[in-house]
Design a protein around this ligand. Structure first.
Ligand SMILES: [Zn+2]
Length: 115
């Protein structure tokens, strides 16, 4: 369904302009594709790709969609760098699932301590 890029309201297929903002609606992006981070929340920073993959699988096991945002810039000044950040990247989850994701990660980290 088309939605308004300004106010994020979703409209029926027959509507092409937002009634509130008077801007053209855009087709809704597939849920797995992240075109902007407005609806995603960086719940955790990870130091490397391995940690990112682990946390992603932990969350996905709980049916929480995950997007791993990598800070790394492949050819930053000719050298593989990370855009001046000490973390490798962020774990992003949809804002409406943040409480559930926090609980899920807490359970995971607690299990690490015990084990
Ligand atoms: Zn609008």
């Amino acid at each position: 369904m088309p939605f308004c890029p300004q106010c994020n309201v979703t409209y029926k297929e027959t509507i092409s302009i937002c009634l509130d903002c008077q801007v053209d609606l855009v087709p809704q992006a597939p849920q797995t594709e992240v075109s902007e981070y407005g609806d995603w929340y960086a719940i955790e920073s990870v130091p490397n790709e391995l940690a990112g993959n682990i946390l992603r699988s932990v969350l996905e096991d709980d049916a929480i969609p995950v997007y791993v945002r990598c800070h790394e810039v492949p050819y930053y000044g000719g050298v593989k760098g990370n855009a001046g950040k000490s973390e490798w990247g962020d774990i992003l989850v949809p804002t409406n699932l943040v409480p559930r994701a926090r609980e899920c990660l807490k359970t995971y980290f607690d299990s690490l301590k015990e084990g």
